[in-house]
Design a protein around this ligand. Structure first.
Ligand SMILES: [Zn+2]
Length: 445
């Protein structure tokens, strides 16, 4: 038994006694706003929710906003940023530890007792409900049964929770339903969720605000495997699981786990990041690669190369998109409109807010801040040397998982379908788009 997308380290359910202790120890402070039920649906794209709403579902909710999920678009990366929590060790459960210079985590991490080192990020401490550990594995063989059981448990947990305080639930089964069943399967699941939320709201009282959101979106196309390791080997790289001893050959570590649309590459000290990114240009399925070079982020893709510069002036952030031959992020129209409106300074920088206003709905949403941040911001503790964003229709991951499934949807890349998560409330209307790092006040404030 296996899984296709363990990009979210599952934590076994607390025992009843642990749960009780956790509840008792929680500091309850009086709240001035209405009680809030916060519910995260793993992997549900903005477009799917908008479409469901247009068919009359979730009509007790205001219009959804696009919640901009950070690249790589994966659960722990996204939720840590959205909730202002500690960054997880790596992008997924299997990761490269830069200090130990070896791969760590993986499936072994799921086995045994729940210990602090198995909690990937502090956001998990805020969860009042998440699926039992076994569900993460079972969702890929018994999707409907697991979804129904997950909803039933969530309902019971919410209805028996202290009515004075907020409740934060996380339903992960939606991610598996999409990966394996595609959008048709998810649509059926959302109908049952819609019914459940109406029932819950009736029980809790209409003054209870329900906030529904997702961590990342998903492409809704069948995805095939990216032959990354054989390509690296053909290009003279040695793909390794540790770099503890120096070697003569150019070493790269490429953790392969969940079947997702990105790859994180770690280099030995003899391996040049630029050459590595360049060599990936010829591999079918690669959209672009990004790596740090001094204070800039270098982007290399089939459509050419560019350098992203960032500057802070008077408490404001500015970005410059320096095209070094081509337009890998497809920003020419945004550059043109910023130029026409006179938004560039003498050095070619424009305000972060101006870039965002023109690119939140772009092929690569919020392209400059997001792609730059992927190699500079502490989205994970062990940031990759080269991050690779794949085209929709391709994934990289563990061979053992890929042999078992037909992947009808996936996420992980910097494209719109995966980057546009959603956020909506029964009580509040949000703006058209909300950046993940600015989401906490909307979610918890
Ligand atoms: Zn997933």
């Amino acid at each position: 038994m296996s899984e296709v997308c363990p990009s979210h380290d599952p934590t076994p359910l607390l025992t009843a006694r642990e749960a009780q202790t956790k509840t008792t120890l929680r500091v309850v402070k009086p709240q001035e706003r209405p009680r809030r039920l916060l519910l995260c649906l793993d992997g549900v794209p903005f477009e799917v929710v908008r479409e469901a709403k247009s068919r009359g579902m979730f009509d007790n909710f205001e219009e959804p906003a696009r919640l901009l999920s950070p690249f790589p678009t994966l659960t722990n990366v996204a939720l840590a940023e959205m909730l202002g929590a500690t960054p997880p060790n790596g992008y997924e459960s299997l990761y490269f530890d830069r200090e130990a210079r070896e791969l760590r985590g993986g499936v072994r991490k799921y086995i045994g007792r729940r210990t602090p080192d198995k909690v990937p990020s502090s956001y998990m401490d805020e969860l009042d409900y998440q699926e039992p550990l076994a569900f993460e594995f079972l969702i890929y063989v018994a999707t409907e049964a697991v979804w129904r059981a997950d909803m039933r448990r969530f309902r019971e947990r919410f209805l028996s929770a202290p009515p004075a305080r907020d409740f934060f639930g996380f339903l992960k089964a939606t991610d598996g339903l999409l990966h394996i069943g595609g959008p048709a399967r998810l649509a059926v699941a959302l109908e049952s969720l819609d019914k459940l939320l109406r029932e819950i709201q009736k029980a809790a009282g209409s003054e209870t605000e329900v906030v529904l959101f997702s961590d990342h979106g998903m492409n809704l196309v069948e995805n095939r495997r990216l032959h990354l390791q054989s390509h690296l080997a053909r290009n003279g790289y040695e793909v390794v699981s540790h770099m503890r001893r120096p070697r003569g050959r150019r070493r790269v570590s490429a953790p392969a786990f969940g079947l997702c649309g990105y790859a994180a590459l770690y280099c030995g000290e003899e391996t040049d990041r630029g050459e590595l990114a360049e060599s990936l240009g010829g591999l079918e399925g690669v959209d672009f690669s990004v790596y740090r070079d001094g204070e800039t982020a270098v982007v290399k893709g089939a459509a050419g190369g560019a350098r992203i510069h960032r500057a802070e002036r008077g408490g404001e952030t500015f970005y410059r998109y320096e095209q070094t031959g081509g337009d890998p992020l497809g920003l020419a129209p945004a550059v043109l409109s910023l130029g026409v409106e006179g938004r560039f300074d003498g050095a070619g920088f424009a305000r972060d807010a101006d870039w965002l206003a023109r690119t939140w709905g772009h092929t690569y949403p919020d392209a400059l801040a997001n792609v730059y941040g992927s190699v500079f911001a502490p989205r994970v503790r062990h940031t990759a040397d080269v991050l690779v964003s794949l085209r929709d229709g391709y994934y990289y991951g563990a061979t053992a998982f890929s042999r078992m499934v037909r992947l009808l949807a996936t996420h992980g890349n910097a494209l719109r379908s995966s980057s546009h998560a959603f956020l909506m409330s029964t009580h509040r209307t949000f703006s058209t788009h909300v950046r993940s790092i600015e989401a906490r006040p909307a979610l918890r404030g």
